[in-house]
Design a protein around this ligand. Structure first.
Ligand SMILES: [Zn+2]
Length: 335
């Protein structure tokens, strides 16, 4: 027997206690189908490593020697990945999309509490994820105004008897625009109301349903008025917006301390000659954060950029971020 079967794309199942990951044996985090496993823990033996939208790396392992149809590659059986549209296209769609939405009072109050002023909230363009309009109706509106949602991270095609329609995940929360050095909206971050799966989640993914990933873009936050010519770097988009408002400086918000790579092209695009890194003060105890910072510093120095670091004495866990330290009026030293 042993007749090799020709593979067809098959959706991934999440590892569970009943069906643990076939590579690492753990009951969570990983995913697999009958011929591929996307393991989050074991990289040895993987044929491909994929950076997920949250910055984590998935290791792809073959589970059987099925036959790949002539002219096809194993890689094609992972997920039919759609390339994201160019940034100017994404910017146009996201602007139209955000214009259709409003900012609910509960979200506005939260932003005011974080230390932003009303005019900054308006200018930065935060909008609530709609909880009383069907997402597909909003998608229809966008398409009617001549926009194409293919290649726009966050949107995907849901299946309905025989056909499919454009939609997006409308779990409650609010959108935080992620802008590039030119102010274009390249992606959207979401601050979730229900934080059990994480406070922040990118508007991205659903690759198995015609959606695409936005990667881990860095956000360039601009103040109303630039008083400090240096470019600051922190982790988190909202944190960058708040820090920019208080510092009067351009602040780049990395997706996380480990996703430092997308920060570099934005620094270059801004033409910065001096940067100030202001990562969370828990870097002394957080190895990943410390390593991410070291690598970013080395890369920037290689490019001839002067790198400084902001430090402050956090009196509590609530003051570990530069935004909270600034709002609390702590003394920030630059070394
Ligand atoms: Zn695994």
């Amino acid at each position: 027997m042993g007749a090799a079967r020709v593979l067809e794309y098959e959706g991934f199942r999440k590892a569970s206690r009943r069906e643990p990951c076939p590579i690492c044996g753990h009951p969570d985090w990983c995913g697999f189908n009958s011929y591929l496993c996307s393991c989050m823990r074991v990289s040895e033996g993987a044929f491909k490593h994929i950076i997920l939208s949250n910055g984590q790396v998935a290791h792809l392992h073959r589970l059987e020697t099925g036959m790949v149809a002539p002219g096809k590659q194993w890689e094609e059986f992972i997920i039919p990945e759609v390339e994201p549209a160019p940034v100017e296209v994404r910017d146009r769609v996201y602007r139209h999309f955000l214009r259709l939405l409003e900012l609910y009072p509960r979200h506005k109050e939260e932003l005011l509490r974080r230390g932003l002023r009303e005019e900054e909230i308006k200018r930065n363009g935060y909008k609530s994820i709609p909880d009383h309009v069907n997402p597909w109706i909003l998608c229809k509106k966008l398409i009617r105004s001549g926009l194409d949602l293919a290649g726009i991270p966050g949107f995907y095609r849901a299946k309905s008897n025989g056909g499919s329609y454009w939609t997006f995940n409308s779990s409650p929360g609010y959108f935080i625009p992620i802008r590039d050095a030119q102010g274009r909206i390249q992606a959207l971050q979401r601050r979730m109301d229900d934080i059990r799966n994480g406070k922040y989640m990118l508007f991205s993914g659903h690759s198995d349903q015609g959606g695409c990933s936005c990667g881990t873009p860095a956000h360039v936050a601009r103040p109303l008025e630039v008083k400090d010519g240096r470019v600051w770097i922190t982790e988190g988009q909202l944190k960058a917006d708040i820090a920019a408002a208080y510092l009067g400086a351009v602040v780049i918000g990395a997706q996380g301390a480990t996703s430092w790579k997308p920060v570099v092209p934005e620094v270059l695009e801004l033409g910065a000659t001096e940067v100030v890194i202001a990562y969370d003060r828990d870097q002394e105890t957080n190895k990943e954060v410390a390593r991410g910072k070291r690598m970013l510093v080395a890369e920037l120095k290689k490019l001839g950029i002067t790198v400084r670091e902001a430090i402050w004495r956090a009196r509590s866990k609530e003051e570990k971020g530069i935004d909270d330290a600034l709002v609390a009026g702590l003394e920030i030293r630059i070394v």
